[in-house]
Design a protein around this ligand. Structure first.
Ligand code: AMP
Ligand code: ZN
Length: 113
């Protein structure tokens, strides 16, 4: 089955894209768990954190600076938010194209773990 996030990045599948550049694409999660729920994904198909190379450190740093910019743009930077990168089965990863969740707009209720 083709990767759903690659299809979004290649504009072959619909998504509400908020930001894109040479390295990453950010779009609204289709099943938001909070008023703000954005996914930030590398444009390159990387399965998970386990599949990162040492050379990807700048790319991963870029995910964070894009998250910071989007949090500000969405007006949740002052109150705070949660960034999540689920990895593998125990991590709850369901889409195997590395992604960072940016979740906010309400106080986070569920504990992690
Ligand atoms: P994870 O469980 O960390 O792998 O998160 C996958 C996330 O991708 C979930 O929050 C889904 O709601 C979201 N998702 C899956 N397919 C799509 C899609 N086509 N467009 C937007 N979000 C999606
Ligand atoms: Zn992919």
């Amino acid at each position: 089955m083709p990767c759903p996030f690659c299809k979004i990045i290649q504009r072959e599948a619909p998504a509400k894209i908020l930001y894109r550049d040479q390295q990453v694409t950010a779009f609204h999660d289709s099943h938001p768990v909070a008023p703000v729920h954005i996914l930030i994904v590398p444009n390159r198909h990387i399965l998970s954190v386990n599949d990162l190379e040492d050379e990807d450190e700048l790319l991963i740093g870029h995910l964070f600076t894009v998250a910071r910019a989007l949090a500000r743009q969405e007006g949740i930077d002052k109150n705070g938010y949660r960034l999540i990168v689920n990895t593998g089965a125990h991590g709850g990863q369901t889409v195997f194209h590395l992604h960072m969740h940016l979740i906010g707009g309400q106080r986070m209720r569920h504990p992690i773990g």
